[in-house]
Design a binder for this molecule. Structure first.
Ligand code: PXP
Length: 236
């Protein structure tokens, strides 16, 4: 299982003061030398963390691969086609949310998302859809012919005890179902040093994408060690 590092909250710290530090470029270099398998960044409509220039700064720097998270809009499509990241993960976006709180609504936005998916795929960008672990939504993703899905692990990460166990079982079943349909499966959201180990036991997950918990841990043990620590939990 691979570890994708989401670096949005390095930019959150920078944007809080409008400074030039912490350097996103240095953060990526350290992340990759500490074991990151890919670098994820989300260019939000409100530009609350990543800025457009970050994408241009990072593209020549990233040695693994860039996974650009974006909403299915024409504005983001245009930027993605200028940057040409290896991967794009389409995510739902609401301005008032604190973070990406749910998966894509493929039922109501099918045609809008499909248009963007086709355009990205036409340019050889590997497209992933950030979706809930739900059979109907997975069926829509299969119909859309994307190669990759990212299962939203928030339902698992935000619960405890019996409920958390049920959420984990659901993710396990949905990963099995998606794998039978030849989808590549990533997962992420809300994973941390305490809850990640159970997720590593789920079969068929190719990559976990983790951000907030690693940036927070970096305050105490350093960015490199925080990544190595997560990587060793995933390997274990
Ligand atoms: N995957 C996706 C698609 C995301 O949008 C995010 C950020 O919300 C993450 C993974 C990482 O989540 P977190 O920062 O909670 O680790």
């Amino acid at each position: 299982m691979k570890l994708g590092i989401n670096i949005d909250h390095i930019a959150t710290i920078r944007q809080a003061r409008g400074t030039l530090y912490p350097s996103i470029v240095d953060a990526v270099k350290i992340a990759e030398s500490s074991g990151a398998d890919s670098i994820t960044l989300h260019l939000r409509e409100d530009r609350r963390h990543m800025q457009d220039h970050d994408l241009f700064d990072l593209k020549p720097i990233i040695q693994t691969k860039m996974n650009l998270e974006m909403a299915a809009t024409d504005e983001m499509l245009k930027i993605a086609l200028e940057i040409m990241p290896e991967d794009v993960c389409i995510v739902p976006e609401r301005r008032e949310e604190r973070t990406t709180e749910g998966g894509l609504d493929l039922k109501n936005n099918y045609h809008q998302i499909k248009t963007i998916v086709n355009e990205l795929a036409h340019h050889d960008i590997r497209v992933s859809l950030f979706i809930a672990p739900d059979i109907e939504v997975i069926d829509s993703a299969i119909k859309m012919q994307v190669p990759v899905i990212e299962l939203h692990t928030g339902g698992y990460a935000d619960t405890h005890g019996k409920q958390q166990q049920l959420e984990l079982e659901k993710i396990t079943r949905m990963a099995e179902y998606a794998a039978q349909h030849n989808l590549i499966i990533n997962a992420g959201h809300g994973l941390n040093y305490t809850n990640v180990s159970a997720m590593t036991a789920v079969k068929h997950i190719d990559e976990l994408n983790i951000g907030h918990a690693i940036v927070a841990e970096a305050l105490f043990i350093g960015w490199d060690n925080a990544i190595k620590k997560m990587k060793s939990l995933i390997k274990a």
